[in-house]
Design a binder for this molecule. Sequence first.
Ligand code: TYD
Length: 207
Amino acid sequence: MKGKLITFEGCEGSGKSTQVRLLKEYLEANSIPYFMTREPGGTEISEKIRSIILDKDNSEMADECEALLYAASRCQLLKEKVLPALNEGKMVIIDRYYDSSFAYQAYARGLGYDFVASANNFALSYAVPDLTVFFDIDPYSAFIRKGGADSTDRLELAGQEFHNKVYKGYKALIEKFPDRIISVDAHADAQKIHECVLTLLRDKGVL
Ligand code: TYD
């Protein structure tokens, strides 16, 4: 049987990474076969693309170039790791996926849904998530909680206005795909949020 694809989404500082770690610990403790990765990255080639995208010296990068690089990194990850893992029946969890491209590149950068959808045609055709969990916290609270921006990361340095747009982008995506993208209140404490995630996964028949 084909494995399920779960993706985690949220603004910077939404606590996504903590939740990835807690889920990983749960899957290991319960001997559930899984493959976990993050975007952009997850393969040698994709990690190289990641370093080009996030390099703060690449301030001249065109928005279109940025969107295509994310999509390129994603194609490599899908072909090399994700699709094989799903075919082996493993649960696959990705920390960020194409919804990040819709929120950041389509909405916040303003490239529009169609441009990003066409760049992500491969992923949209072959690997649609069974469930996407959105960790819902407004960017300002998230930023404070996180202790400010990472000064080496180009995307984190993009400014509050940009991150507000990202948040609005996510909200628009939730309206567009209400069955697939489920919000979890990310203000609560990490353990409580983890319990919500497990409940969601059980409700969706993933666990
Ligand atoms: P990362 O350090 O992994 O951020 P986080 O811990 O918040 O996930 O950096 C990834 C950055 O790339 C983050 O700012 C979101 C952005 N991004 C996009 O703009 N588009 C995409 O398609 C993806 C996957 C990420």
